[in-house]
Design a protein around this ligand. Structure first.
Ligand SMILES: [Mg+2]
Length: 366
């Protein structure tokens, strides 16, 4: 079949699995010991397989993503589909339900699987198909350093640094600013010179408290201050950006490039870190990357590093890859870390190949 009219979907299979974490992660929002992931396998009429996966936050989220994906596929089956047509048809059809949350995550997962199939058929890494090339990316370790007692925090810093990355993310939002500062100094004190530290409040504060704590943290040499207040309070972020020298990082909750545009126009964005499953898959990411490039905004990623790595490698203002190992056990070739960087694989497509033995042993959620 010719690629000119897109690819005909023969089938899409989703599997919702619960994956135990190597590091329990306690944030100001939740304590996470295992993660619900939905794995997606798309097969085209001529036998090309495209894959993606998406982190679904909760059990019901995983079920909803799988159900919405199935409905979207039913809208598209039997006629050629491109990523653009996916969004035109499905987003239009689902507009009244709302193309947000699990609906957007389902469409994003389909978009990623479609792009993967297209890149595999073209025998190119996705990064190359998108105008970049596989390369080593700056990456920080985001697996641990939740809110926890000091002794545990110290031990976890050492364990994470042994993993090979030289930048870490620390969760903040202790009851007092002094405890936040103590955690930053403890972690900093165990990290080698030249390493970088990001902090994330997971939307714990109000504007007043964020200003107070942000000013207190400014002298600590942090790389960024992430989501101190609720994610969509763009006017408040703009006020914070003006008050703080410390760069603010937002974006994991941008619902599509339109939300990022609103945030940028509000003056709310120093640094941006879209989530591939909320920004709109590869298609939405590349639109966000264009916006970031036009405004000179450094672009980082949120979770799902195996997918995000290809996207950052094709983004003009690529900044930091957020590294977690959540999907490692599902993959025959997990994302490789070498010399303090993440290596974008040069296999065709995204390079996702499932470890079926391991998947078969995981708790199913569907
Ligand atoms: Mg975050």
């Amino acid at each position: 079949m010719s690629m000119e009219n897109g690819l005909v979907i023969r089938s899409v299979r989703t599997r919702a699995v619960r994956v135990p974490l190597n590091f329990t992660l306690g944030t100001s929002a939740a304590i996470v010991r295992s993660v619900p992931l939905v794995l997606m396998d798309l097969v085209s009429a001529d036998g090309v397989e495209g894959r993606s996966y998406v982190f679904c936050y909760t059990s019901a989220g995983a079920k909803a993503v799988a159900a919405h994906a199935a409905e979207a596929v039913a809208l598209l089956e039997k006629s050629p589909v491109s990523p653009r047509r996916l969004w035109e048809v499905a987003a239009r059809r689902l507009a009244l339900l709302g193309v947000t949350g699990p609906v957007r995550m389902a469409l994003s997962a389909l978009d990623v699987a479609l792009w993967d199939a297209i890149a595999i058929r073209a025998a190119m890494p996705l990064a190359t198909l998108l105008g970049g090339a596989p390369r080593a990316l700056k990456a920080y370790d985001s697996r641990g350093l939740g809110l926890m007692p000091k002794e545990q925090l110290a031990a976890e810093v050492d364990k994470l640094l042994a993993g090979g990355l030289r930048a870490l993310k620390l969760r903040l939002g202790y009851p007092t600013v002094d405890e936040d500062l103590a955690a930053v100094r403890l972690v900093r004190g165990r990290m080698p010179d030249g390493s970088e530290l990001m902090v994330d409040y997971n939307q714990a504060l109000d504007l007043h408290e964020a200003t107070r704590r942000g000013l207190a943290l400014q002298a600590e040499g942090l790389t960024w201050l992430e989501e101190p207040i609720r994610h969509d309070a763009y006017q408040d972020y703009a006020a914070l950006c003006r008050k703080l020298d410390l760069p603010l990082q937002i974006g994991e909750n941008f619902n599509g490039p339109e939300a990022m545009m609103d945030a940028v126009l509000a003056g709310a964005v120093d640094l941006a870190m879209p989530d591939v499953s909320r920004i709109g898959g590869v298609t939405g990411w590349m639109q966000a990357a264009g916006l970031a490039s036009a405004r000179g905004i450094p672009l980082s990623s949120h979770l799902m590093p195996e997918i995000s790595a290809h996207l950052l490698a094709a983004s003009p203002t690529a900044h930091w890859l957020e590294y977690v190992d959540w999907a490692d056990c599902l993959l025959l070739q997990p994302l490789r870390i070498a010399n303090g960087e993440a290596i974008v694989p040069s296999r065709p497509g995204l390079g996702l190949e499932w470890n079926e033995d391991m998947i078969g042993r995981l708790e199913r959620m569907d």
